[in-house]
Design a binder for this molecule. Sequence first.
Ligand code: PAF
Length: 285
Amino acid sequence: MRVVRNVPDLVSARKEMGAQRIGFVPTMGFLHEGHLSLVDLAAKLANRVVVSIFVNPLQFGPGEDLETYPRDERGDLEKLRRRGVDLAFVPSAEEFYPPGAATRVHVEGPLTQRLCGATRPGHFDGVATVVTRLFSLVRPTVAVFGQKDFQQLQIVRRVNEDLGLGVHIVGGPIVREPSGLAMSSRNARLSPEEKTQALALTRALDEGANAIVRGERRAEMVRMAMSRILEESPGISPVYADVLRASDLAVVPQLEGEVLLAVAARVGVTRLIDNRVVTIEQSQS
Ligand code: PAF
């Protein structure tokens, strides 16, 4: 596996790959099985795999965890090597963004208005900007993003379409710990007790999904059922519990088709998110 740390080296390594099918997995490192499942998916869909490890400062707001975000470059590179990755791009912020960089990619409308868009101002501008620059440098055929960040996935699809970037965007399924907790680099900061408390997120999603299975179609009732679980769970500070149309994250009063159940909460100082997509068949609505 080749490791490159600056943009000129990335561009020349990419040039050497030529017209092959390039699969790309952008990450912020501290890799777990969730990330590695995306790498495996990229390897199935392409014949060369590129992974970036870059903790993008633009997507962290003031007071967020940029400085304390978990990092383990050596461990990450070893995992990628074992997974057969061809090229790892590991730039510093100074190497990644050119001096004087002033461009931001901003997505308007319902896709960015709720969930993490509402609770982390500027976050998705940072994500859209870094992904656009990564796509233009790596020029992948296909890029794989985890469905745990469902809102991010839909925003990346929008940016790709709107800017004509021509990348095939694929969502990889959420990978969970045996307990049901969605894998996240931030789980490393949870104490054993907090890991148990964090299962409130999965319980809230179960509650929302079960309400739908029982026939509840009023979005507000599903939202309230999920919120109640988060509010009643010890050690949890709820951030949001929401149910939206999955395709565009629009608020709909009556649920039908594919809907996204999404939750976020703080467990101690760690902010976690989770989600589930539920399909309501026509005959069930
Ligand atoms: O999901 C992530 O890890 C990041 O938001 C991404 C897509 C690598 C952009 O920094």
